[in-house]
Ligand binder design. Structure first.
Ligand code: CAA
Length: 389
């Protein structure tokens, strides 16, 4: 069977960020609790005219510029920040990107894990029809209540990946390890805008699911811990990945020292430290961070992935980096986007946090603000109106 995997990867995050030193100052907390204790420096805050749809379309836009859109059979949209109980957010993206009317669109949900389900389903679809491509998009806005431990782990972002046969970036292996258990570590009932979380418990369940998914992976794959040079973990905050990687090394009785282990994940954390949690998108923004910032040529290297979605569903899988991958990355564009972001004050952060969400059915236009290519222009008569800029 021909190789299937990630042919292109692009991400988007908002132009605004809150420095966690500002949050620490307001909360009378030591900033090192955030900078070192959870390993986060900044968190992206969506503008009022941005949401999962506009971020997703902006992330995917560079992938559909060279006539590829005619080959896209399916758009899979992963999110846990759904804007509608019925209509898939990807249908708006389908129009904004000008995809063809024969392309199917569906939305997937299982906390932060669903982008991995989308990726695996995309690989299966492409294996069945290798002349077609599948567009996988993950887009989320991470929101917790103000003045809760989760507040410092907010963020927002979207990632878009084109899945194809003979991929130019990462070939995905079919062998995986799964773990599912009905637990209440993090959830968001339909009537809430912010997540509820049992924070410490969630970190314990994350580590338990890692061990279980890894053991299942080992039953299904011949690859061992030592075969991987780098690991991408789900990134609610970067310290979680550091703890997870040490945990996995212990489970495998690895003889690597602390600095070797850190080297295996350090480049995956760079973007997350300054974007924050982007739920479904976060592990894949971590992959972009590794590919775009690792000084070593990764061609032929095996990358291990641990995807975790609270509730919980977890998966360990692997990919092999393809020769020539550096030529198809959007590194300069991503660095330029991150470099030009604007810092907000605490008061501006509160204003962004309180995104408009009218429920009265009247016409509400939304002021233009985003630096992305698409914006939410209005919410009128219970309909969201998106436009290209
Ligand atoms: N200098 C350096 N380090 C400091 C410090 C200081 N001044 N003050 C505290 N720290 C350290 C602490 O020792 C602690 O380190 P350890 O974890 O190694 O013990 C770390 O900073 C965090 O401090 P606390 O444990 O006191 O932090 P907290 O209880 O206030 O919040 C949290 C931590 C529970 C993870 C919270 O951020 C939270 O609830 N986050 C949301 C839930 C989450 O992200 N869970 C992750 C697993 S679930 C998942 O992955 C799905 C998802 O996306 C949500």
């Amino acid at each position: 069977m021909s190789s299937v995997g990630i042919d292109q990867i692009s991400f988007y995050t908002s132009n605004y960020f809150l420095d966690l030193r500002t949050l620490a100052q307001i909360q009378l907390t030591d900033p090192d609790k955030y900078y070192q204790g959870i390993g986060q420096e900044k968190m992206s805050m969506a503008a009022h005219d941005e949401d999962i749809v506009t971020m997703a379309a902006s992330a995917a836009y560079p992938l559909v510029q060279n006539g590829e859109s005619e080959q896209i059979s399916t758009l899979l949209f992963a999110t846990e920040t759904a804007i509608d109980q019925s209509k898939a957010a990807g249908v708006y993206v389908h129009r904004l990107l000008g995809l063809n009317n024969n392309c199917r669109v569906v939305e997937l949900k299982q906390a932060c894990y669903s982008a991995t389900a989308a990726l695996q389903m995309a690989c299966a679809l492409v294996a069945r029809q290798p002349e077609k491509k599948v567009l996988v998009i993950a887009s989320d806005i991470a929101r917790y209540d103000l003045n809760t431990p989760g507040e410092a782990t907010q963020g927002c972002g979207a990632v878009a990946m084109m899945i194809s046969a003979q991929p130019r970036i990462l070939s995905i292996a079919p062998e995986v390890g799964n773990y599912t258990e009905d637990v209440m570590d993090f959830w968001r009932p339909n009537y809430r805008k912010t997540a509820l979380v049992d924070g410490k418990y969630s970190t314990k369940i994350y580590l338990k699911a890692l061990k279980q998914a890894w053991e299942n992976f080992r039953e299904n794959s011949s690859l061992t811990f030592n075969d991987f040079t780098h690991f991408c973990y789900h990134l609610p905050f970067s310290r979680m990945a550091q703890k997870a990687h040490k945990h996995l090394a212990r489970v495998n009785k690895s003889e690597l020292d602390a600095s070797d282990l850190e080297q295996q994940i350090a480049d995956t954390l760079l973007y997350n430290r300054i974007i924050g949690n982007s739920y479904t998108a976060s592990m894949y923004i971590g992959l972009a961070s590794l590919l775009e910032n690792c000084q070593q040529n990764l061609t032929g290297k095996h990358i291990g992935f641990f995807s975790y979605g609270s509730g919980c569903v977890a998966e360990f899988f692997s990919g092999t980096v393809v020769e020539g991958y550096l030529d198809v990355l959007f590194k300069e564009q991503h660095h330029a986007m991150l470099d030009k972001r604007q810092e907000v004050t605490y008061e501006e952060y509160l204003e962004l946090y309180r995104a408009p969400d009218p429920t009265d059915g009247e016409s509400h236009s939304i002021a233009a603000d985003t630096q992305g290519r698409f914006r939410l222009a209005a919410i009128s008569h219970h309909k969201r109106e998106y436009v290209a800029i």
